[in-house]
Design a protein around this ligand. Structure first.
Ligand SMILES: [Ca+2]
Ligand SMILES: [Ca+2]
Ligand SMILES: [Ca+2]
Length: 124
């Protein structure tokens, strides 16, 4: 089970296929997608599941890692280099998890174990 954080979601989500890119600011929609039980909060389980889906979605050649071209639409290319710890040009699940382990805690400003809509909005 890979454990990822919303910072990574935001990095990957902008590279979603056209349907998800229609609106310039898609953060609320992404929040709604991640909040699968629609309680207005994203917990770690929802969060991890959402990111796993994103990784699967982007992994066009199904080699379980993301190449630079697979995330070519990302809005912040510099993040690729920060996530790619061994600088081999691919993001593995382990690298993504390592990068974002602290992100959930950072996003969860009030440390209640959930990222709510207001907390997510601060990290667009
Ligand atoms: Ca791949
Ligand atoms: Ca790598
Ligand atoms: Ca919170």
């Amino acid at each position: 089970m890979i454990r990822l954080a919303l910072g990574t979601i935001l990095f990957l989500a902008v590279a979603l296929p056209a349907a998800a890119q229609v609106k310039p600011d898609a953060a609320p929609e992404r929040f709604d997608v991640a909040d699968t039980n629609k309680d207005g909060k994203v917990d770690r389980t929802e969060y991890d599941g959402f990111v796993e889906e994103l990784v699967l979605l982007h992994d066009a050649d199904h080699d379980d890692r993301l190449s630079r071209s697979e995330v070519a639409g990302a809005r912040d290319p510099s993040k690729f280099d920060r996530i790619d710890a061994d600088k081999d040009g691919f993001l593995t699940a382990l690298e993504i998890a390592a990068f974002s382990t602290g992100d959930f805690a950072v996003m969860d400003a009030n440390s209640d174990g959930f990222i709510d809509r207001a907390e997510a909005a601060r990290h667009k």
